[in-house]
Design a protein around this ligand. Structure first.
Ligand SMILES: [Mg+2]
Length: 267
């Protein structure tokens, strides 16, 4: 049952499916009904699919393992994390020497991408969800920022939900640096449209053929809207029907109970 009387047949015509993770594919350790079957069907029909997360405290390898534990066999290319559009930008603009505020997992990924991570004369500052941040790292970042170096954050979520509350995410760290330097970074993660468009561009896929499926209006749906991509809001996560009806700003094209509705559509 769909919550609204909608014709979902347009979704079936799509060739590219972007799925948010938390609240859309799973919650905590619980994988939602229908996703494994849906991915099988999409594979058989030759459609493309991608899983998205803003969480840049983890590397692509971390996420490959996480999804594998859920029984989802996907390739590296099918995972989009907020560091990816940033890495794409760095390659395109020939940045090499980076001062990175990020976890050792993320640092490894940047090294594998061919970047030099350094505290000496970097060309650019990158801020990620650094759960291993120290005051010394913050101090150096502040001084580099005051020199006017280019500055990018992988994403700007203010806080990250954990079991018993919230912890500071990249946006929280950016706010601290703003208090010291009065500078804010460029951002390519959700809700920036680059998070979707860089992948479509890399693989030469048309945006009209894509749909963004997610549970947050102010990230997933906003991003799809600004990228000019069809959006579908699931009610299995953060957003309920009332919140959608009251949101003047972000209107999903489709509203469904959960990912299983799309599975049912393809069955
Ligand atoms: Mg979500």
């Amino acid at each position: 049952m769909t919550p609204l009387n909608q014709d979902l047949s347009e979704l079936k015509q799509k060739a590219v499916f972007f799925f948010d993770l938390d609240g859309t594919i799973y919650i905590g350790d619980q994988l939602f009904d229908g996703i494994l079957e849906l991915i099988d069907i999409l594979k058989k029909q030759g459609k493309r699919f991608f899983f998205l997360s803003n969480n840049s405290s983890k590397s692509t390898n971390d996420y490959l393992l996480k999804l594998k534990r859920f029984g989802l066999k996907v390739s590296r290319e099918e995972i989009i994390l907020s560091q990816h559009p940033t890495i794409d930008y760095l390659h395109k603009n020939s940045f090499k020497k980076i001062y990175l505020l990020g976890t050792s997992s993320l640092r490894q990924e940047f090294i594998e991408e061919g970047f030099i991570l350094t505290d000496e004369n970097p060309e650019i500052i990158i801020l990620a969800f650094d759960q291993e941040l120290t005051y010394d790292r913050l101090k150096k970042a502040s001084l580099f920022l005051q020199k006017g170096l280019p500055y990018i954050a992988t994403h700007l979520d203010n806080r990250c939900p954990v079991e018993n509350g919230y912890i500071p995410d990249a946006g929280g760290i950016a706010a601290l640096l703003y208090k010291t330097t009065e500078r804010m970074p460029m951002v390519f993660g959700k809700p920036s449209k680059e998070m979707l468009l860089f992948k479509l561009e890399q693989l030469n896929l048309a945006r009209e053929t894509a749909v963004m499926i997610g549970d947050r209006l102010y990230t997933d749906i906003k991003m799809g809207n600004s990228a000019g991509i069809t959006t579908c809001c699931v009610l299995s996560g953060e957003t309920n029907l009332e919140m959608i009806q009251q949101s003047g700003e972000f209107k999903p094209d489709f509203i469904i109970d959960g990912i299983w509705t799309i599975r049912d559509l393809f069955r």
